[in-house]
Design a protein around this ligand. Structure first.
Ligand code: PEP
Ligand code: MN
Length: 337
């Protein structure tokens, strides 16, 4: 349930209600709106009487949250959550681009890609240092050396750094270098990892699981939020279906549906969704048209020689073309890029 405070409620009244909520065994998450404060009460709500909270000083009303995801829900927070990132942000009026190689391969290629995508208009650099590979014999990433190159690329360009963390015990190390902790599709229901990321002081980019449904995706985000980390970015990266002509299937409808269900920023990954460089730009345009707050795109200076995911990586020139055409789409739907 949520406790909606009156517009003029004092900080003392809010503090008192937080204590009351704790006293009945629930956790209080304070959401500061522009007009009023709302307190989301989460935990086991059996036997907890909403009437008891409704009589508190400064309380306007107590209403049940119908969605199973509580803090993520639009019912709790109607204004969009805006997450600052490098020279821009995600979740506001402007569509934000995250771009870079699938994997950090070496220092030179990373710096070259970083400068190029910054020039083209990206706000963040992606690149895996810890890679979740299907094949145990495939390149697994440069680990901490890769994180160091990413940090150097941030210094050189001002881009925010987005990189994957695969295990709870890696969170402190990755958080030391990265600006955003990426949780990959294969780890979307790694609940210990979600909890560890929820305790970190960095935004989390959560990718939809290959076979996760809509509610499972939002409940995974709720794990992070419920641990106290309010900065979660949702990423639609395609799901597994019977279809074979693309690597995954991109469900465009999930973008507006997520935007209705949650206040969190929603971005799309047309690279993993399609697995084909020739389809990345059109699907990116579709995502922006459908209301995505941003895109994460794989870019490589020489896709033919990429160690991982060359088939879906854009050249620097193709990325610049994507930016120009997505900008026109953004403007057509009342946004900027
Ligand atoms: C990635 O973005 O590097 C990645 C591995 O993607 P996903 O987890 O969506 O497969
Ligand atoms: Mn990849």
């Amino acid at each position: 349930m949520i406790v909606v405070m009156k517009p003029g409620a004092t900080p003392e009244e809010v503090r008192h209600m937080i204590q009351r909520i704790r006293d009945i065994g629930l956790t209080a998450h304070v959401i500061q709106g522009t007009e009023r404060t709302v307190i989301a009460c989460v935990g086991d709500e059996r036997f907890k009487a909403p009437e008891q909270l409704a009589v508190g000083a400064g309380v306007d009303k107590v209403i049940p949250i119908l969605a199973r995801y509580k803090i993520a829900s639009r019912e709790v927070k109607t204004e969009p959550t805006v997450i600052p990132l490098g020279p821009g942000s995600l979740g506001g009026q402007r569509v934000g681009l995250i771009a870079g190689p699938c994997t950090v391969e070496n220092r030179e290629m990373l710096l070259e890609t970083a400068r190029a995508v910054r020039q083209a208009g990206a706000i963040a650099l992606r690149g895996g240092a810890f890679k979740p590979r299907t094949d145990p014999y495939a390149f697994q990433g440069l680990a901490e050396e890769g994180l160091q190159y990413l940090a150097e690329a941030r210094e050189a360009t001002g881009l925010a750094i987005v990189t994957e963390v695969m295990a709870p015990e890696q969170v402190p190390l990755v958080a030391r270098y990265a600006d955003v902790l990426q949780i990959g599709a294969r780890n979307m229901q790694n609940f210990n990892l979600l909890a560890a990321a929820g305790e970190a002081d960095k935004p989390v980019l959560l990718k939809r699981g290959l076979s996760a449904d809509f509610e499972e995706f939002l409940l995974a985000a709720e794990y992070v939020l419920s641990r106290g980390n309010a900065r979660v970015i949702l990423c639609e990266r395609g799901i597994r279906t019977f279809e074979q002509h693309t690597r995954f299937t991109f469900p465009a409808a999930s973008i507006p549906a997520l935007k209705q269900a949650t206040h969190l920023p929603v971005i799309a990954d047309p690279s993993h969704a399609t697995g084909r460089a020739d389809l990345v730009e059109p699907v990116a345009r579709a995502a922006v048209a459908a209301g995505a707050d941003g895109l994460i795109v794989e870019v490589h200076p020489n896709p033919e020689q990429a160690l991982v995911d060359g088939r879906q990586s854009l050249t620097i020139e193709a990325f610049a073309r994507l930016v120009a055409s997505c900008r026109r789409v953004a403007e057509a739907v009342g946004r900027t890029l």
